[in-house]
Write a protein that binds this ligand. Structure first.
Ligand code: HEM
Length: 482
């Protein structure tokens, strides 16, 4: 059957003829016709990227490319494979909801692929593909994403945050203090997930040995992230062949993290009759012990940097915006969700989302071949003035339908901000992350006051995920209640 669809090219509307998602009319274009930056023989656009400050400024570099070339362009970025970058919300939705296929595939970081190959270790959901992924993903969806999962998730999350709060309160009792924010937030995220795995009525977590193991583990998860970042853009096979320190550090941190995570999960498995957590629930779904270890170990690692850095960005923005802290104090806990959404619009921890096309498809007005990597530039779509008025300002009320101030903000394309991605392979930990961050921010703002004491400007850099370019220093004191 033939149909006519409206497509967007450089803001002009054209009407190509499409059959089964393939353009068959005369207006079809291919990747060869796509806007692309000028590149030099052999080096391509490597020099441009270097001039922009290399990989750490990738989000800014790609943002300026979109401003120059439009919502879809092609660039090789120093490699040999042409990458297609998209920033238009309609294209992003089309990619995730129509084109990614039954078993969506994404680009995995090179060091992780090599590690898996060398060690033959099988990893969790993020690394699975095909039927194996679909089967495990549907079990996880049922356990941690369905509406009623909040009922059992709330307890372990809330008790971990209460514990965290007590520690900060005891530090603040003698006056203000500056927390080791990054480490504290990593530890919090790790503990939340471990407690979700354990459930709320387990006795394992009370042992001193377990406490120490957790501290060691969360430091190691942080190292995995740091050492992966250091390998970013380097020829990893060569680093490994030469047995460079940069590779050894990475390998050691992954070995340790996976080893400890598996040990923790084994301990929970040994005592699972005493638990109502995720491990027990996976056992009830007849998932094998080996698969539980794979899934649970990766779950902890996926939760570490994402939730820790998003919480860090939220605290940073709140420290600079007293009015928003006051808004939270005067409102229902749900208001915090607007603050989180607004932070993730400005600082999505994953600034680029990737999919590899499972078959030849139409995107915008282009026919793109099977296996082409498509990169959704969500840092750009979230900060585009066409999608959000006053796009670079932190205005959580833009997400509040009932706020009269929202009237001044004409543009609000909700689907232009998709920090958890969309579709069947979107973040499986979204509910856990939102529950954790909502409770955490609500409690922190209602118990403490805090200001940012960094003298220099804090900027975002791409370091696998979007992180601050320096330590964020907060001066925290107990909130004087009137
Ligand atoms: C602010 C917090 C978080 C953000 C912004 C975030 C974002 C994302 C995104 C964008 C993806 C899709 C990646 C892709 O398809 O390429 C993803 C996948 C995933 N996330 Fe999260 N995430 C967060 C927290 C968490 C937490 C707390 C957990 C675990 C409890 C988690 C576990 C996972 C897993 C296992 C996947 C892979 C899912 C699959 O491949 O089916 N995430 N996350």
């Amino acid at each position: 059957m033939y149909c006519i669809k409206k497509c967007l090219i450089n803001k002009q509307i054209i009407k190509p003829i499409i059959r089964n998602n393939i353009i068959v009319g005369k207006l079809c274009q291919t990747i060869a016709n796509m806007p692309r930056p000028r590149s030099l023989p052999l080096v391509g656009t490597k020099l441009d990227l270097l001039a922009a400050g290399s990989g750490k400024n990738l989000h800014e570099y790609i943002d300026s490319r979109h401003k120059q070339l439009g919502p879809i362009f092609c660039e090789k970025l120093g490699g040999n494979v042409p990458l297609v970058f998209i920033s238009h919300p309609t294209m992003i939705r089309t990619l995730f909801l129509n084109l990614e296929g039954k078993y969506p595939a994404h680009i995995l970081p090179d060091p992780w692929i090599l590690y898996e190959k060398i060690n033959g270790s099988k990893r969790g959901l993020f690394f699975m593909s095909g039927e194996e992924w679909a089967k495990n993903r549907s079990i996880m969806n049922k356990l941690v994403l369905k509406d009623d999962s909040e009922k059992w998730l709330e307890n372990p999350i809330k008790s971990t945050i209460d514990n965290f709060l007590q520690k900060w309160k005891s530090k603040a009792i003698t006056g203000c203090f500056t927390p080791a924010l990054e480490s504290d937030l990593y530890r919090l995220s790790t503990e939340v997930i471990i407690n979700v795995l354990l459930g709320s009525n387990s006795s394992i977590k009370t042992s001193k040995h377990f406490e120490e193991l957790l501290g060691f583990f969360s430091e190691n998860v942080k190292k995995v992230f740091q050492t992966t970042t250091k390998l970013y853009g380097l020829p990893v096979s060569l680093c490994r062949y030469l047995n460079l320190k940069i590779w050894r550090d990475f390998e050691e941190s992954v070995d340790l993290s996976i080893g400890i995570a598996r040990k923790i999960v084994q301990e929970i498995l040994n005592n699972h009759h005493d638990s109502n957590g995720l491990v027990k629930r996976l056992c009830n779904e007849n998932v094998s012990e080996e698969d539980i270890k794979r899934i649970a170990a990766d779950f902890v690692m996926a939760a570490g940097d994402t939730t820790a850095y998003t919480s860090l960005w939220i605290l940073f923005l709140l420290a600079k915006n007293e009015d928003v802290r006051n808004d939270i104090r005067g409102k229902h806990k749900n208001y915090v969700k607007n603050v989180i959404k607004e932070t993730m619009r400005l600082f999505p921890v994953a600034p680029f989302l990737t999919r590899i096309l499972p078959k030849q498809s139409v995107l915008g007005s282009y026919v793109i071949n099977q296996d082409t990597p498509i990169i959704a530039s969500i840092y750009t779509s979230g900060r585009d003035e066409q999608n959000f008025s006053k796009a670079n300002m932190f205005l959580p009320y833009r997400w509040d339908r009932n706020d009269p101030r929202k009237k001044e903000l004409l543009n609000h394309v909700q689907s232009a901000s998709v920090p958890f991605a969309l579709g069947t392979r979107s973040c499986v930990g979204k509910k856990i992350a939102m529950l954790q961050m909502t409770e955490f921010i609500y409690q922190i703002v209602n118990n403490f006051d805090f200001t940012c004491s960094n003298s220099a400007d804090v900027k975002a850099i791409t370091s696998l995920v979007l992180v601050p370019d320096r330590d964020v220093k907060l001066t925290v004191s107990l909130l004087k209640k009137v």
